[in-house]
Ligand binder design. Structure first.
Ligand SMILES: [Zn+2]
Length: 186
């Protein structure tokens, strides 16, 4: 046997071992085993590598199937109060995405490269309204107060969705519905 033959023999043996090892590893792990493994991985991650991993995942495209899987996994997930507060904080910051922020540095409002005049998307327009008028918690038509989220809206007055503070009114969900149906009097 020459050197090459020995090497080939060793290689093929290593291949067969790897195949055997891989087969033995594909058996599904229990949830407990998985979380133990994840804890182990987390324990040897540095904050820098975690940040790197986080940044690498931003903007990652996912297939509809994997999105559905993530949705299912998130359903009914119980979060602690501390986590809820963290999520709320993070969402508040997400109001302007990093990409938008970069664009905003180039100029705000009409100078922004994001500026689309009056031909703006619904979401972008509402973001503009909230950035300029904030998110008051009181309905301007009825006594309801301390409202947030989907309980209180910015309703448009002219129906032309102008980028003008005077074209918006803060209404609770019920008043908004009525307002849009027959443009509340008073
Ligand atoms: Zn109201």
């Amino acid at each position: 046997m020459n050197k090459k033959q020995i090497q080939d023999e060793v290689d093929s043996f290593a291949r067969s071992l790897r195949a055997k090892y891989a087969r033995s590893c594909v058996k599904p792990k229990s949830k407990e085993e998985m979380s133990k493994q994840m804890a182990k991985i987390r324990s040897c991650q540095t904050p820098e590598s975690r940040e790197k991993a986080r940044l690498a995942l931003i903007g990652q495209k996912r297939s509809p199937e994997s999105k559905e899987k993530m949705r299912q996994a998130a359903l009914g997930r119980k979060q602690s109060e501390a986590t809820k507060i963290k999520i709320r904080e993070a969402r508040r910051k997400q109001f302007i995405t990093p990409k938008m922020l970069e664009s905003l540095k180039l100029g705000r409002g009409e100078n922004s490269i994001l500026w689309k005049g009056d031909d703006v998307g619904y979401r972008a327009l509402h973001r503009w309204v909230e950035n300029h008028l904030g998110k008051p918690t009181k309905c301007e038509h009825c006594p309801k107060d301390n409202l947030s989220g989907h309980y209180i809206h910015w309703a448009n007055i002219s129906g032309e969705y102008k980028r003008e503070a005077s074209d918006w009114i803060r209404l609770c969900a019920l008043c908004h519905k009525k307002y849009d149906r027959n443009k509340l009097t008073s």
